[in-house]
Write a protein that binds this ligand. Structure first.
Ligand code: NAD
Ligand code: ZN
Ligand code: ZN
Length: 344
């Protein structure tokens, strides 16, 4: 089968021919219908050899969907031919966090060497993918896998962050979205769908800001030295009750710190390497800072339900598998509008 792999440190992704995998006991093989590209793939591929822990070669793709095509020994209760999304943050299934469906916060995954597909385990950017357990599949029903595959990360991750901030997002409140790329453009829509907040979107790119407006942002602000002052002004000097940073670079983290309201909260989702120094006088009274990771199984079901009722619509750029390296290059250069999705 064809697969998109990261094979050598410092070299970009490549399309290669590899053996089609067979499902082991308890596992399920999917024929992949769609796989999304995430900026985290570039985080991984930009790591120096001494910091790289994902194994080589690595089949990419931690946003995946497919049709059940073969069952390993002992798998019951799932039909061949069904269309599913893959829940990516695999956990042990037994610890307290996993028992709550929060496998993203599994306390034993690291110790047991469990890694998500595309981030250690072979990912979905291939013609076939192996899923370790049927609990990591969520039925798509009539949803178009290409349209919704990115909700497994670019939807689930913002949804998890935003749900945690819901008490701060009452009518009359303000939410700031920093970075309106794959995650951010879905984040804007989720805030609009589940809260009464006014949304201010911030990005360096005018095209991304236009997309933010299109998907429901009330205001847009160009990222830069004046952004914080503009946001303060838009909020009558109060600042924002919740700030979602989907870039996580130093300039956005600085904006987050400058615009968060008294008792507000900052959610650092982007892994751009910026730091937010915390101390009593570094943020307003009562403000809190959180660094959420991915989301829970039930939250994935919920964000897919938002797509089902038309409240969330991923803006998709479609690519064949041979064009995946070009799509990755576009992502690297900030040129993707919404999310790039490979259809193998
Ligand atoms: P993306 O490239 O699609 O979007 C990033 C956006 O940030 C772009 O629109 C870009 O123009 C904007 N941006 C960059 N610098 C900026 C600045 N200084 N000010 C304002 N905007 C700026 O990336 P993505 O796939 O949406 O991922 C976003 C981030 O989230 C990445 O760091 C990714 O690794 C991370 N991520 C984290 C989790 C998690 O669980 N915490 C999950 C998925 C992705
Ligand atoms: Zn991701
Ligand atoms: Zn666990």
């Amino acid at each position: 089968m064809k697969a998109v792999q990261y094979r050598e440190i410092g070299k970009g992704p490549e399309v290669v021919e590899i053996e089609t995998p067979e499902p082991g006991p308890g596992q399920i093989r999917l024929r992949v219908t769609a796989a999304g590209l995430c900026h985290s793939d570039w985080f991984v591929m930009d790591l120096p050899a001494e910091a790289y822990t994902y194994g080589l070669p690595l089949t990419l793709g931690h946003e995946g969907a497919g049709i059940v095509d073969k069952l390993g020994d002992g798998v019951e209760g799932i039909e061949l031919g069904g269309s599913y999304a893959i829940y990516g943050p695999w956990g042990c299934g037994l610890c307290h966090a996993c028992a709550q469906g929060q496998e993203n916060y599994c306390t034993r995954a690291a110790e047991l060497g469990i890694q998500p597909p595309g981030l250690g385990a072979p990912g979905a950017m291939a013609e076939y993918v192996i899923v370790d357990d049927k609990r990591h599949l969520v039925p798509l029903g009539d949803l178009d896998p290409v349209e919704v595959v990115s909700l497994t990360d670019a939807g689930l991750t913002p949804y998890h962050a935003i749900v945690a901030a819901k008490d701060h997002l009452r009518a009359g409140s303000t939410a700031v979205v920093l970075g309106v790329g794959g995650l951010g453009h879905v984040g804007v829509q989720i805030i609009r769908a589940i809260s009464g907040a006014t949304v201010i979107a911030v990005d360096t790119s005018d095209e991304k800001l236009a997309l933010a407006k299109e998907v429901g942002a009330h205001h847009t602000v160009v990222s830069g030295p004046d952004a914080a002052a503009q946001i303060r002004e838009l909020t009558g000097g109060q600042g924002a009750e919740a700030v979602f940073d989907f870039a996580g670079v130093q300039p956005t983290i600085d904006i987050a710190r400058e615009v968060v309201a008294v008792n507000g909260n900052i959610h650092i989702v982007g892994i751009g390497g910026g730091l937010l120094p915390t101390g009593f006088f570094s943020t307003p009274f009562g403000a809190s800072v959180r660094a959420p990771y991915w989301g829970s199984r039930s939250e994935l079901m919920e964000v897919l339900d938002l797509a089902r009722v038309g409240a969330v619509d991923v803006h998709v750029e479609r690519y064949g598998i041979d064009d995946a390296p070009d799509a990755y290059a576009r992502l690297h250069h900030g040129e993707v509008r919404g999310r790039a999705v490979v259809i193998p």
